[in-house]
Design a binder for this molecule. Sequence first.
Ligand SMILES: O=C(O)CCC(=O)C(=O)O
Ligand SMILES: [Fe+2]
Length: 232
Amino acid sequence: MEELPIRPAGILMQEEFITPEHEAELIRIFQNELEWPARSGRLSLHYGYTFSYKTFGVDTETPYKPFPDWLRALLPPAEPAPPDQVCLQHYPPGAGIPPHVDTHGAYDQLYALSLGAPVPMQFRGGEGHAETVDVELPPRSMVRLSGDARLHWTHSIRARKTDPLPGGGGGVRPRGHRWSITYRWIREGGECECGNERLCDTAQKRKGIEKEYRWKAATDAATTDTQGAVST
Ligand SMILES: O=C(O)CCC(=O)C(=O)O
Ligand SMILES: [Fe+2]
């Protein structure tokens, strides 16, 4: 995979990860053979361990779901172990995903395969968290987010029906149906050492514990003082 020569650092891409024929067959399976939730907007199906939107980690109450055959052929080949969690998402035209980082503590490296219509993914970070960079995700491309792009910049897809054409020459492109497959590996130990208190759940947790500890230490001291005062 080639790292894109842009900010944020750490976006690696392999275009044409599969053939257009393979892509068409996958989309046929997605449209005809899978049972999607009956609602509008972005839809998700989970394989392996299920992602919990409550804890933003692994859902321990849902049993492991084996990878179907079509998915087995699409695993990132450079990784020594298969992913622990795979999420297939369908974005109908107009659907997006709000700015976020995938939970640092729960998950290690992150890959995403794009199928169907192209879409710009927006990264935000850098100086004052105000830098935005649109990265075109072409169909059939596999992307790996590592380093800054994985940990210190958020990513999102805007919920809208048209996008400016890449290249900035003016003109717009209507959104089409897009599917993505996101691959995640559980981080050993469940804690991230990046220290980013704005974006890292581990750093936030540690800061919270520290705050709680300071509060507890302060109230303990106050209690001791009171008791001391009462006993004398
Ligand atoms: O659709 C994509 O390519 C990425 C989705 C994503 O960011 C996520 O599921 O965390
Ligand atoms: Fe994400």
